[in-house]
Ligand binder design. Structure first.
Ligand code: GDP
Ligand code: MG
Length: 440
C-alpha cells in the first residue's frame, strides 16, 4: 500500500547519518513512484515532490540533527496541504440547513444520506431526509428504511410529484417542524449528462441548499478525479464526500481530488454501516498515510462509542482493584461497539509496521472475544465477582457450559489475573489517552 511503501522510504532515510542533496532527491523519487503506484494523478505527484524538495533544500533541514525526521515532517506538511489544509465543515447556519447530495449511480448517495442523518442526530440535531430519486421506487424505499432506522423524518414523492416538488415539500415540512437539517438524496446516472445536470439545477433552484455535495466513490480510482471535475464545472460544488475508502482503493483519489478541483473533502465513508462516516481532517489523514498513527481520531471514536459514565466507573474499579470478571465482560461489549479490530489497528501509530503475523493475530481478536464472553457467561455471578473460588471442578463445568476446552478457561483466568496486575500501568496510560478501554 501507499502507506507501507512511504514508510519504507522514510525508514531508509532515517538510517542515514547525514543527508545530502542526492539522497534527498533519490528518496523523493521513490516517494513519487509510491504516489503514482497508488493512482495519484501524475501532475499532483510531480508538484508534490517538487514542493517537498524545495522545502527541504531551501531550509536548514540537511544540517539539522535529525534530517530524516525533518523530511518526514515536510512531507507531512505538504500532504496536509494537498488534502486541503484545514478541516472544512458543512454550512449549517440556516435553519433548516439544506444539504444536497449528488453523484453517479452507486457512488453511495443514499447510504451517505442515512449516515449523515445518524451523525447529526447523534449530536442532538433533527434531520429530515428528502427522497428526490423518484424514478426508482427502490431508491425511495431504501431511504425511508434508513430514515426509520435512524428515527429521522422522511419525505417521499406523492402521485404526480416532480423532483423539485418533493424537494420543496421536504424543505417546507422541515421548516414547519423546525428541523435543523434537510438532506436531499438525488438520483444518479451512469455518466454525468445534460439531463442529470438539468434535474440537479431544478432542485437547487427550488430549495437553495447551502451545501451541494458530491458523493464520490474512491474505489473507481483515477476516474473519480475526472468525475469530480466535471460535476464541479457543471453544477458547482461546495464539498466532497469520498466513499468506500475501506475497500482496497489505492487512495490516489483522495490524494488528488482536492488539488485537482479545489473542493474541500468534508467527510469520508469507510464502510456500509450508519456509523461508518467520519469528518475529514487533512492533517490526520496525512498522519495515517505516513504511519504516524491517528490517536486523536481513535480517542474520539472511543469516546463516541463508549458511555462515559461506564468508563469512569471502570476506572474507579480498576483503581480500587474491585474490577471483576463481570466488568471484564462489560468492557468487551464496549470494545465491540468500536468496530472490527482491523479498523482500530489502522489508527494506531506504528501499526503499519507490525509484521503480518501479528496483525492477523490481532485481527482474530474478535473471535477470541466471542469465546471469552461465552466463558464468562457460563460462570455464576459469584464466580464472576470472585474468580479465586473457581477451582478445577468449577472450571470443568464452565468449559462444558460454554463449549470450549478447559485450557481456554484457564487461559482466560490467567489473562484476567495479569490484567488486574497491570492496573497500575494502565492508570498511567489512561492519563494520556482518556477513554481508551482495556484490551482483554
Ligand atoms: P447511490 O446509488 O449513490 O444512492 O448508492 P447507494 O447508497 O445505494 O450505495 C451503493 C452501494 O455502495 C451499496 O451497496 C452501499 O452499501 C455501498 N456503499 C456506500 N458507501 C460505502 C462505503 O463507504 N464503504 C463501502 N464498503 N460500501 C459503501
Ligand atoms: Mg440512491
Amino acid at each position: 500500500s501507499l502507506s507501507s511503501s512511504l514508510q519504507n522510504v522514510f525508514r531508509s532515510l532515517r538510517g542515514y547519518g547525514k543527508l545530502n542533496e542526492k539522497n534527498v532527491k533519490d528518496a523523493l523519487r521513490e516517494v513519487r513512484m509510491a504516489l503514482l503506484e497508488a493512482d495519484v494523478h501524475f501532475r499532483v505527484a510531480k508538484d508534490f515532490t517538487k514542493q517537498v524538495r524545495d522545502r527541504c533544500l531551501g531550509q536548514d533541514v540537511l544540517e539539522s540533527v535529525t534530517p530524516g525526521q525533518q523530511i518526514v515532517k515536510r512531507v507531512h506538511e505538504e500532504m496536509t496541504e494537498l488534502f486541503g489544509g484545514a478541516h472544512t465543515d458543512f454550512n449549517l447556519e440556516d435553519r433548516p440547513a439544506g444539504v444536497m447530495l449528488l453523484g453517479l449511480h452507486g457512488s453511495g448517495k443514499t447510504t451517505t444520506a442515512g449516515k449523515l442523518a445518524h451523525y447529526w442526530m447523534s449530536s442532538g440535531k433533527s434531520v429530515v431526509l428528502a427522497a428526490c430519486d423518484i424514478r426508482r421506487p427502490a431508491a425511495v424505499e431504501q431511504l425511508s428504511t434508513l430514515a426509520k432506522q435512524e428515527g429521522a423524518a422522511c419525505v417521499a414523492p406523492r402521485e404526480g410529484d416532480t423532483v423539485p416538488d418533493v424537494a420543496a415539500r421536504a424543505r417546507r415540512e422541515a421548516s414547519e417542524q423546525q428541523a435543523d437539517i434537510v438532506i436531499y438524496d438525488t438520483g444518479g446516472r451512469f455518466q454525468i449528462d445534460e439531463d442529470l445536470v438539468h434535474e440537479l439545477e431544478e432542485i437547487r433552484e427550488a430549495v437553495q441548499p447551502a451545501d451541494t455535495v458530491l458523493v464520490l466513490d474512491a474505489a473507481i480510482g483515477q476516474e473519480s478525479v475526472e468525475v469530480a471535475r466535471r460535476f464541479h464545472e457543471a453544477v458547482g460544488l461546495t464539498g466532497l464526500i469520498l466513499t468506500k475508502l475501506d475497500g482496497d482503493a489505492r487512495g490516489g483519489a483522495a490524494l488528488s481530488v482536492h488539488s485537482m478541483t479545489g473542493c474541500p473533502i468534508l467527510m469520508t465513508g469507510t464502510g456500509e454501516r450508519p456509523e461508518d462516516l467520519e469528518p475529514f481532517y487533512p492533517e490526520r489523514m496525512a498522519s495515517r498515510i505516513l504511519g504516524m498513527g491517528d490517536v486523536v481520531s481513535l480517542v474520539e471514536k472511543a469516546q463516541q462509542n463508549i458511555d462515559e459514565d461506564d468508563a469512569r466507573r471502570m476506572q474507579e474499579k480498576l483503581a480500587k482493584n474491585t474490577f471483576d470478571l463481570q466488568d471484564f465482560h462489560d468492557q468487551m461489549q464496549q470494545m465491540k461497539k468500536m468496530g472490527p479490530m482491523e479498523n482500530i489497528l489502522k489508527m494506531l501509530p506504528g501499526a503499519g509496521e507490525l509484521p503480518e503475523q501479528v496483525k492477523s493475530q490481532l485481527g482474530g481478536a474478535g473471535d477470541n472475544m466471542k469465546r471469552q464472553e461465552a466463558i464468562i457467561r457460563s460462570m455464576t455471578p459469584k464466580e464472576r465477582h470472585k474468580p479465586s473460588i473457581i477451582n478445577a471442578s468449577r472450571r470443568r463445568r464452565i468449559a462444558r457450559g460454554s463449549g470450549v476446552r478447559m485450557s481456554e478457561v484457564n487461559e482466560l483466568l490467567k489473562n484476567f489475573d495479569r490484567t488486574r496486575k497491570m492496573t497500575r500501568q494502565m492508570k498511567k496510560m489512561r492519563k494520556r489517552l482518556p477513554g481508551i478501554p482495556n484490551f482483554p
